[in-house]
Design a protein around this ligand. Structure first.
Ligand SMILES: Cc1ncc(COP(=O)(O)O)c(C=O)c1O
Length: 423
């Protein structure tokens, strides 16, 4: 029996209706932007395995750092102890994060990074006897699948079953071009009520919504409104962090910085699950007290796992190399060239580019659902052609590893052009 067949006996995959799903390719090897399945078929990983893998699969620098750490100190509890890799990683992050971020809290994945931010926003107010129990988020946001993160997420298809059990979140429209005023007005009206602890957002690009983009200028205005009304701002950089937007962080495009940031995915170069929530000193001080009850009584077993921290340090080292910075720039230039070539295609509604992210929307007569017919047709076409792309409804996006070669990226573009012929 093949791995693909054996997989079906026990594995329950994410976001999968197993009754209608076909056999999944079993990947046995990865190098750079490429993956190979058990039959030797080659795939270009054009979405960096859900945006985690900028430096390529099986990266030697990260692998060496992990090996060294595993044979020195694989893990130690972070409750009551510390270790050199957590100290070094926090120091490194403080160096590259926006200047107002001063405190680092470790957890395991994007959702937990968001949970921590939301809990901190709520407890900060609780500690001061202020009644602010609601959160503001964008309509089409995605912040993860745990309860707090799910509540903040706006994609109802994913969260419908849990509607009655979620934290109270009020949504404002995404401020895409032309909608800025509407969003600003909605936010201004909400913050006036004094009921909101925080506004959480994916800065500049909403990933799971289909790389929906908006300008730094409007984000700056939204953050300013929150600051003026004592509502914390949480930038969820789980997708955008570590170079995706062309700068280290999407918030680097802003003068007005958020109060908290959520990081994960590319943090460890895709090698080890790990996440971080970062805070201003002011927020940390809201928990600093003689009273233990005022502490952040939250933690995870693998908090600040040394092996994860070593992988993250190696990843940040790679991110800062001139070679990777040039690659990010080259990918952006290629995307822009592809965009101007394809944007007037009769089947295309819109295109957009930010950093290494490219997205196009295909014209449709009907409302395309997340896993609709067009999406499945496109997905299968890409897989048959050895390209890993996961369209969102009628939106096709590319977010490649920074190490993708010119020829590999060209093949991705050509396959997208061919795909337009079958829809
Ligand atoms: C912006 C954003 N936040 C949070 C998450 C959740 O991360 P995780 O899947 O690691 O829990 C995601 C995942 O795609 C994301 O894109």
């Amino acid at each position: 029996m093949s791995l693909s067949q054996r997989d079906k006996a026990h594995n329950w995959h994410p976001y999968t209706q197993h009754k209608t799903a076909s056999d999944f390719p079993a990947i046995v090897k990865g190098k750079g932007a490429l993956l190979w399945d058990e039959n030797g078929k080659e795939y270009i990983d054009a979405i960096a395995s859900w945006w985690v893998n900028p430096f390529g699969h099986s990266n030697q620098v990260i692998a060496d750092a992990i090996y060294e750490q595993l044979t020195t100190l694989e893990h130690v509890l972070f409750g009551g102890f510390t270790h050199n890799k957590a100290v070094e990683l926090s120091e490194k992050l403080i160096e590259i994060l926006p200047f107002n971020q001063q405190k680092i809290f470790y957890s395991d994945n994007g959702s937990t990074a968001v949970e921590v931010a939301i809990k901190v926003a709520l407890q900060y107010n609780f500690n001061k006897d202020i009644k602010k129990t609601k959160i503001i988020a964008f309509e089409d946001a995605f912040h993860g699948d745990t309860f707090g993160a799910m509540a903040a997420s706006g994609i109802s298809f994913f969260t419908e079953a849990f509607k009655g059990s979620l934290l109270e979140v009020v949504r404002i429209p995404v401020p895409t071009a032309g909608n800025e005023e509407k969003t600003l007005k909605s936010l201004e009206n909400l913050v006036k009520t004094n009921e909101f602890a925080a506004f959480i957002f994916e800065p500049l690009a909403l990933g799971a919504a289909g790389m929906v983009m908006y300008s730094p200028k409007i984000l700056e205005q939204l953050i300013t409104v929150c600051k003026q009304n004592n509502v914390f701002t949480i930038a969820d950089e789980v997708m955008t962090g570590f170079g995706k937007t062309g700068k280290n962080f999407a918030c680097d495009y802003l003068v007005e910085k958020p109060d908290m940031m959520c990081l994960s995915k590319a943090l460890t170069g895709g090698a080890i699950p790990m996440a971080i929530t970062t805070f201003t000193q002011e927020i940390f001080d809201g928990f600093y007290d003689n009273d233990t009850n005022k502490a952040l009584l939250h933690g995870h077993t693998f908090t600040a796992n040394p092996t994860g921290c070593a992988a993250a340090l190696a990843s940040i080292f790679l991110l800062q190399t001139p070679e990777i910075q040039q690659n990010i720039n080259k990918i952006n230039q290629s995307h822009l060239a592809f965009e101007s070539k394809i944007k007037s295609h009769p089947k295309i509604k819109t295109t957009r580019v930010l950093g290494v992210i490219f997205a196009l929307e295909i014209k449709t007569d009907s409302q395309e659902s997340y896993y609709g017919t067009m999406r499945n047709k496109l997905y299968n076409f890409f897989i048959e052609n050895g390209i890993i792309l996961r369209p969102v409804g009628n939106i096709v996006y590319i977010l490649p590893p920074y190490v993708i070669s010119k020829n590999q990226l060209e093949k991705v573009y050509q396959t997208i052009e061919k795909a337009l012929e079958i829809v």
